[in-house]
Design a protein around this ligand. Structure first.
Ligand SMILES: NC(=O)C1=CN([C@@H]2O[C@H](COP(=O)(O)OP(=O)(O)OC[C@H]3O[C@@H](n4cnc5c(N)ncnc54)[C@H](O)[C@@H]3O)[C@@H](O)[C@H]2O)[C@H](O)CC1
Ligand SMILES: [K+]
Length: 503
């Protein structure tokens, strides 16, 4: 699903009006109708609804919605914030439509003195500002937002919480943003919904289709996309009758150290559960029996060191190499990594301490083979790319890094972001807080190695890997719950996740 900027959404809106064609007031009616349907199914009448309305079309949506709710026996009070004399034509027309209705109460607010008391059982509809917001809130709208936030009422934001910018909130006044319980976004999610610091404003969000023109949605370019099952499924390569294990590639996993052999086991098992033909896991000598016992399907390559990674096997047979899970940052591992990077020609997955080593020796980035994938979490990302004060800026840095170095950079977390060398950033919707657990990242590295070895190109391997990993975690959490979920559970649910993805 494409994610557009506020400016693009206005263009898509205008294109729809011209080419469907549909009048803008009818398009507004359609949008309000979708929100209305959502409210009656989630909060059936009778309920008290207080609708706060701003000067633009977001306010117009609120006014049309108020009429529909009043008509269905909700106790509706509408508060029009008189912020400016200007009010959009569509908002004005919808204001006229309700001005003489006796099924609702209409108030004009010129100061915070006329702010009503908000009760716990009230539904507050936030229709003050939408995607047309151009600067942080001040004066009356700021005061109203603070009062809404101070209440216990259920808050439903139309399109986007008022005060939140669709993309960049690095310079926003955070006290002037509605904290919604639900955000009902029209047709597309906003980029800001995918950033962790905005979760407290957005609450639970849902996209409501309003029939914007498919042609412009198709042709309008965007750098941001939210993965869907259909899209990820379309990337899968079919398996054929006469295929053999050679068809699905031989991968090399460099993993494990003294006290961290579990990482090698988890990554190996995940790789084997994701379709790889052959897997060799290179480990320090002490791990030999552990590996052979725990993962009989994997071949083992033994380091001369008992406890760390210091060398690697002949690379000629491998289609992809992953390095990082459970290795250490010891000096000899660093030296081995320099040699490895000089020699390796196939795409690599670089995870955990392998990222930290490159973070400490940035010149090594230039040695990376084409099509390599970095899989940092936030702390590793900061060591590799640099620090930033907010997620939007971090995302810009991430996209820039991927482009500059010609590789895929995945930032792990809720809505894992995968930035590709050509500039697109994909966000992954699968996964849950139960996956914030030891070994979860090792499993992901194993999955991506497997996909690269099978011949998937790097950004596709990253996309399928992230989606599948989250999906397995989601399916596992249904049975074991988020608290009890372990990395091994993610592996155990990979078979179900594959079946679910291919359905
Ligand atoms: N997605 C769609 O295609 C549809 C969206 N609809 C709704 O329309 C809004 C966007 O409407 P717009 O009029 O462009 O913007 P706003 O309602 O957000 O109002 C902006 C309005 O306010 C002025 N302004 C901006 N910032 C401030 C500020 N900080 N303080 C005071 N005033 C400010 C600005 O100049 C404008 O005049 C979208 O979110 C949907 O809810 C359609 O109804 C259906 C199609
Ligand atoms: K809003």
């Amino acid at each position: 699903m494409k994610i557009f900027t506020a400016r693009q959404i206005a263009e898509i809106d205008a294109y729809t009006i011209e080419h469907e064609p549909i009048s803008s007031i009818d398009l507004m009616e359609r949008a309000a109708g979708q929100i209305f349907k959502w409210i009656i199914s989630h909060f059936p009448a009778p309920q008290s609804c207080k609708v706060f309305v701003g000067p633009g079309n977001n306010g117009g949506d609120g006014l049309a919605l108020a009429r529909m709710l009043a008509d269905k026996n909700y106790a509706v009070e509408v508060f029009v914030l008189r912020i400016t004399d200007k009010i959009s034509d569509e908002a004005e027309a919808n204001l006229e439509r309700i001005r003489n209705l006796n099924t609702l109460d209409l108030y004009e607010m010129t100061s915070i003195e006329s702010m009503p008391w908000l009760f716990k059982d009230d539904i507050v509809v936030d229709a003050i500002f939408g995607s047309g917001l151009s600067r942080p809130l001040e004066e009356l709208s700021l005061d109203v937002v603070k009062a809404i936030n101070a209440s216990d009422a259920k808050v439903i934001a139309i399109d986007i919480p008022s005060g939140l910018m669709g993309e960049d909130n690095s310079k926003n006044n955070l006290r002037g943003i509605v904290r919604a319980d639900y955000t009902l976004s029209l047709q597309f999610p906003k980029l800001a919904f995918l950033f962790p610091e905005n979760a407290e404003y957005v609450g639970e969000w849902e996209v409501l289709p309003i029939g914007l023109h498919p042609e412009i949605i198709q042709t309008e370019p965007t750098a941001y996309k939210l993965l869907t099952r259909e899209f990820v499924k379309s990337l899968l390569m079919p398996r054929k009758k006469f295929d053999h294990k050679g068809t699905y590639g031989h991968g090399l996993l460099i993993s494990g150290s003294y006290g961290k052999m579990g990482a090698a086991i988890l990554a190996s098992r995940a790789s084997l559960r994701s379709g790889i033909g052959l897997l060799t896991t290179h480990i320090p000598r002490l791990g030999y029996q552990i590996m052979q016992t725990a993962v009989p399907e994997a071949m083992v390559s033994i380091d001369r060191s008992d406890i760390i990674f210091t060398e690697y096997p002949d690379l000629s047979q491998f289609k992809a190499v992953a390095i990082g899970p459970g290795i250490d940052k010891k000096q000899n591992s660093f030296k081995a990594m320099i040699d490895l990077l000089k020699e390796v020609k196939v795409p690599m997955v670089i995870d955990a301490d392998a990222i930290n080593i490159i973070g400490e020796h940035p010149e090594l980035k230039e040695e990376l083979p084409m099509g390599s994938i970095f899989t940092p979490h936030v702390k590793e990302f900061e060591r590799l790319v640099g620090k930033s004060g907010d997620s939007y800026t971090r995302n810009c840095m991430q996209r820039e890094f991927a482009k500059k170095h010609g590789l895929s950079l995945m930032l792990k977390g809720a809505y894992t972001a995968i930035c590709c060398p050509e500039g697109t950033c994909y966000f992954n919707p699968t996964g849950n807080p139960g996956m914030a657990t030891a070994g979860s990242g090792d499993v992901l590295t194993g999955i991506i190695l497997s996909l690269l070895s099978q011949g998937y190109s790097s950004h596709i391997a990253a996309i399928i890997g992230a989606y599948l990993h989250g999906l397995a975690g989601d399916l596992a959490s249904v049975d074991v719950g988020v608290e009890a979920l372990t990395a091994s559970d993610i592996i155990d649910y990979l078979p179900k996740a594959w079946l679910h993805l291919k359905k």
